[in-house]
Design a protein. Structure first.
Length: 462
């Protein structure tokens, strides 16, 4: 796609007030592929005003009509699927197949689910002598990360629009082109001017201005726990609603009765996919002592097979950060069985698929989110030990349990402090609530639970 030199505000591409630009770089070859405006506080204010002005009419639009716009939006995403995949590959570096099968396809499923929910959700309930109306919360400020550039935007914009909210999105500086493509799709779908607005820009400038804007009613943020904490504090101070999807350090618990080879192979694939840049990745593999050596060998072989098929990480800073964690793992005494800190290629921000064995629960690489293709394999002695290790981080976003018997896996999963658990390799469900326990976040995205975040109740008594 051809980059726009403006911000999408009130239904049109408009120049930013200042002249600052963001260079967009392809992480696979380090070439600049375009530039977009870097919005300032004044631009954010213009966008929020547009969203505020559009709110009354959109909130009063019958849900069936909002559903029709979302269906149209879904259809545009389908028609432009190939272009979306190419754009994600160009600015994120994701391999083409992954861009097609996940980055372009998942948002279609999510947009479709909200088209359906807008049409079918009861926006009115009876409670005794009351009628409860579920009304849009108002103007949404959405701040999104680069790791799933389109999904992260659609997971906020689609439920916001379904609920009758208007929205201003500040996408990640690394992946603004996919965001611009989405704004084009919204426009093509006939969503009225001002209902959806896009301000490309830097986090500490445009992102902060949006989070702090007094006329934003709900701040919905996905990103790091450090930034999320600041946004939560700002929103708390202003008594506005906040939704936070933050980091993770999820456990993949392989119980002794499981199909070990399958559990390890799927576990390695889960971590290496998207070059490890998935907040819900199972980056800690927990294996019983009796099966430990076999599991490590399986993991080594699985990671080695990835070799050249893995994409780069998003930028030089992220590459250096991930390499720093690998060096820290070595320094703290973990045993490297695949990959390592060395650059596997001359150009591009690549990191080798890396596996560490002999990792103990208190090591930095077992506690902190690395957000790169790095798997840690930990040993447990019994189920209680496994549970302690699984729950022993500040995070609680996702996880996996493998066992010979589904009921055994479910019993373990119910004791995990985490928002979602895949049982014996259960598939991702774009309608199931997604979000974190503990420091992994506040609130839920996707499906009906995600819609509810954008609604508030008004009770009328009779
Ligand atoms: P990040 O630095 O927190 O950035 C996320 C977004 O916040 C970006 O749009 C960023 O802008 C913006 N931002 C940065 N500083 C800000 C500030 N002071 N005020 C307002 N906005 C600000 O995170 P990241 O490094 O891009 O993404 C990786 C992290 O996101 C990981 O920790 C990962 O686990 C987490 N994540 C969580 C989920 C989830 O659903 N739970 C999903 C994906 C990612 P810039 O792009 O300009 O920095
Ligand atoms: Mg950042």
């Amino acid at each position: 796609m051809k980059p726009h030199d403006g911000l999408y505000i009130d239904g049109a591409w408009r120049p930013a007030a200042g002249g600052d630009l963001i260079q967009v770089v392809n992480p696979a070859d380090e070439q600049v592929i375009g530039q977009v405006p870097a919005a300032g506080a004044e631009d954010v204010d213009t966008a929020v005003r547009a969203a505020r002005a559009a709110l009354p009419a959109w909130a009063a639009t019958p849900p069936a009509e909002r559903a029709a716009r979302l269906t149209a939006l879904r259809d545009v995403l389908v028609a432009r699927q190939e272009e979306i995949a190419e754009t994600v590959t160009a600015e994120l570096g994701a391999p083409t197949k992954l861009s097609q099968v996940v980055h372009a396809a998942l948002p279609i499923a999510v947009a479709g689910s909200y088209a359906e929910l807008a049409a079918t959700h009861p926006f009115e309930e009876k409670v005794g002598n009351s009628t409860v109306h579920l009304e849009p919360i108002g103007v949404v400020g959405a701040i999104t990360p680069w790791n799933y550039p389109l999904h992260q935007i659609v997971a906020k914009a689609a439920p916001a629009l379904a609920a009758g909210c208007t929205i201003v999105v500040k996408p990640a500086e690394d992946t603004p082109l996919t965001a611009q493509l989405f704004a084009e799709a919204v426009h093509e779908a006939g969503v009225p001017a001002g209902v959806f607005n896009l301000v490309t820009g830097l986090g500490p400038v445009a992102g902060q201005a949006l989070a702090e804007h007094p006329d934003v009613d709900l701040v919905s943020f996905t990103g790091s726990t450090a930034v999320g904490r600041r946004i939560g504090a700002v929103a708390g101070g202003a008594l506005k609603k906040v939704a936070l999807e933050l980091g993770g350090k999820s456990a993949n618990v392989i119980l002794p009765s499981a199909d070990l080879a399958k559990a390890v192979n799927v576990g390695v694939a889960n971590v290496m996919s998207n070059s490890g840049q998935t907040c819900s990745a199972w980056t800690r593999m927990l294996v019983h002592a009796d099966q430990y050596d076999e599991a490590v060998e399986l993991a080594r072989a699985a990671a080695a097979k990835y070799g050249d098929r893995i994409g780069p990480v998003v930028n030089a800073g992220q590459r250096d950060r991930v390499r720093g964690y690998i060096e820290k793992g070595l320094a703290e005494g973990a045993r490297l069985v695949a990959g390592g800190p060395d650059a596997p290629r001359e150009r591009g921000y690549y990191v080798s698929p890396t596996v560490f064995a002999d990792v103990t629960p208190e090591m930095t690489i077992a506690q902190e989110e690395i957000f790169g293709p790095v798997l840690t394999v930990l040993k447990y002695v019994d189920e209680e030990d496994a549970l302690r290790i699984a729950n022993g981080t500040v995070y609680g976003l996702a996880g996996a349990v493998w066992a010979g018997d589904e009921a055994e896996a479910v019993a373990f999963a119910r004791r995990m402090d985490t928002g979602q658990v895949d049982i014996n390799g259960g598939r991702f469900n774009p309608r199931a609530p997604f979000g974190g326990y503990k420091q992994s976040g506040v609130g839920r995205e996707l499906g009906v639970h995600g819609l509810t975040e954008y609604l508030q109740t008004k009770s009328l008594q009779f």
